[in-house]
Design a protein around this ligand. Structure first.
Ligand code: ADP
Length: 439
């Protein structure tokens, strides 16, 4: 093995050590070791690795053999960085100045090295994909101190350092983006929380307003209905048939209005958790028959047949009787409303197999509900046909109320439907209701 081979092996070993160092250690610690390690291969007295900052147009000394880095003085930073702007291809070969004294004009960096007693200067660009990230400079007090092999070695090391530097930059950028992203998510979360708070407040105000309004409307309406009744009972003298009919129209429409106001009041109470149930033992069959008597009147006007399947033996359950009737009435009222004349509606009542629940099935042979709308019908103010000039009257309150009242009874309301064939609403209520009073 000749001297050249030995040198090459030594160089390869040093390069391997440098790679290990760059992979295993923090950037600055690794570079600081490299500027000393390389002295065993290249006879330099001073070395500096600097990084170029594109944003501030300044250079940063990453490692130096000098206790006080040579290139650190501020007034030189910007000027030095200017010389680093050269595109990378011009830097491909190491810039080599065998004797600074022979130069007619010196750059600020060269002047600094010379002022520190240096004579030979070599600089390799830290370059990745044609971008100069910084430079690796070595200097010697002797003229023409570096051979071509030394300069190649410097270039190889500079390339390794550049790759590590780029990796570090990408890591820093990623960290910055992650931090920015986290800050943005935090900001948006706070904004959303504030918004949710404001919405809850607005909703509360709306419910209070609805409750107050409904209450205010109910009082005069009750007075009107009371007076119409006394008129019809002829307390103020006899009525002609036409007068009686007119009074009846006033009464019927007032009743409709009262039902609507009551629904609104109930909704606002449910929304703000202020609806109380008055639980008692309910005679199921009698309650159903009362509701059916009302529904029969509505159905008769549309020539709709009402069929009922009730248990033959007595059946009781713990529930709020008025609310229970309200649930059934809303469902049966809809069944009649959405069934064309000549159709059929029905109510089936049956205890389930366990005896712990009673099922109330309200069915009709009406228009049915579109599958893509069925998920929305239990939401407040939702009507499948939402047009102003729609065919069926209504407010979109009946089903949501029935749904929530069923829930308050720890029960369930479900629906199946087929467009053009009809719908089937099933209310399942527990026979024994656990909560005696809900606030
Ligand atoms: P509305 O006052 O409009 O009847 P509801 O809340 O009771 O309000 O019902 C909401 C919507 O659900 C209705 O507008 C209607 O589109 C649909 N719907 C409810 N019951 C039936 C039914 N038996 N058949 C067909 N559609 C129904």
């Amino acid at each position: 093995m000749n001297q050249e081979d030995r040198n090459q092996i030594q160089q390869l070993q040093a390069l391997n050590d440098i790679i290990q160092l760059l992979l295993a250690t923090s950037l600055e610690a690794a570079l600081q070791q490299i500027v000393y390690m390389l002295q065993s291969l290249i006879p330099y007295a001073q070395a500096e690795i600097v990084e170029y900052d594109f944003e501030t147009q300044e250079i940063r000394v990453l490692a130096s053999t000098a206790a006080e880095p040579l290139l650190l003085s501020y007034e030189n930073r910007r000027l030095l960085s200017f010389s680093h702007q050269a595109p990378c291809h011009e830097w491909r070969d190491v810039q080599y100045i065998p004797d600074l004294r022979t130069l007619r004009e010196l750059s600020p960096g060269q002047r600094i090295f010379m002022a520190n007693g240096m004579c030979t200067l070599a600089a390799a660009a830290l370059c990745v994909q044609d971008v100069v990230l910084g430079s690796f400079r070595i200097a010697s007090p002797h003229p023409d101190a570096f051979s071509a092999a030394h300069l190649r070695c410097l270039q190889d090391v500079a390339h390794l350092v550049a790759l590590r530097l780029q990796h570090e930059t990408v890591k820093q950028q990623q960290k910055k983006y992650t931090l920015n992203l986290e800050a943005l998510v935090d900001l948006r979360t706070t904004e959303l929380q504030q918004l949710v708070g404001k919405l809850a407040e607005a909703n509360q105000l709306k419910n209070e307003f609805m409750a107050a309004m409904s209450h205010e409307l109910r009082t005069p309406l009750n007075a009107i209905m009371g007076k119409v009744e006394t008129l019809q009972e002829e307390w103020y003298g006899p009525l002609t048939p036409k007068q009686f009919q007119a009074a009846q129209v006033i009464f019927d429409n007032s009743q409709k209005l009262l039902a609507l106001i009551n629904n609104l009041l109930d909704v606002s109470h449910i929304e703000s958790d202020r609806l109380s149930l008055h639980i008692m033992e309910v005679d199921v069959i009698t309650a159903c028959q009362e509701i059916l008597a009302w529904v029969q009147r509505l159905a008769r006007a549309k020539q709709i047949r009402v069929s009922t399947t009730l248990p033959t033996t007595a059946l009781t359950m713990a529930a709020d009787e008025d609310r229970f009737k309200q649930i059934l009435f809303n469902l049966l009222d809809n069944a009649v409303k959405f069934t064309p004349p000549g159709g059929k509606v029905g109510l089936e009542v049956r205890p389930d197999a366990t005896g712990k629940f009673i099922e109330f099935v309200v069915w009709d042979t009406g228009i049915g509900i579109n599958p893509d709308k069925i998920d929305f019908i239990f939401m407040l103010f939702t009507q499948v046909d939402g047009r102003l000039a729609r065919e069926y009257e209504g407010t979109g309150l009946g089903l949501p109320l029935a749904y929530r009242l069923t829930q308050l009874h720890d029960g369930q309301l479900t629906v199946t439907s087929e467009v053009g064939k009809g719908s089937r609403f099933t209310v399942t209520l527990p026979v024994a209701f656990a909560a005696v009073e809900t606030a």
